[in-house]
Design a protein around this ligand. Sequence first.
Ligand SMILES: [Zn+2]
Length: 189
Amino acid sequence: MNSEQILQHFIETNALLEGHFLLSSGLHSPKYLQCALALQYPEDTARFGKAIAKHYLQAGIDTVASPAIGGLVIGYAVAAALNVRFLWTERQNGQMTLRRGFNLKPGERILVVEDVITTGGSTRECIAALEENGGKVVAAASIIDRSNGIADVGVPRIALASLDVPSYSEAECPLCVNGDRPIKPGSRA
Ligand SMILES: [Zn+2]
């Protein structure tokens, strides 16, 4: 799957909307990405999983890990394609942690998988939680990179497609100029 096919799939599944949106950050944007919609059908998700896994067939990955919730579906698909175990980290009182009895062997080689990387924050927090528990995170991957390649997560990183999603404060939003108001994604009446 090349990056054009991936973005086309996102458009077809309404996972990538174009218009005038109010993001949860309060910023306005002409695009909105809801990755979960692109991963509703297991067959599609399996293809994305294989496309990521392909890069790591020879990397000696023991385990795939994802930060909940965004990374869970695609992370599981990548683990299935690599035939390795899958686990996740999640926030507890705002702190990314490894819970639910998941244990890592010292030096266990881990690939961290996310759906979308924007700032890389949750991937970095996931990596830190895994390393605190003895894991060795060797790489990170996502379906979409929204950082223009900039997000640095401290380990080598790939993405299947790159997407430039500009966002603006209300005062600077070019879409607001004609009095048009942004809609909140997911609140469509
Ligand atoms: Zn606006």
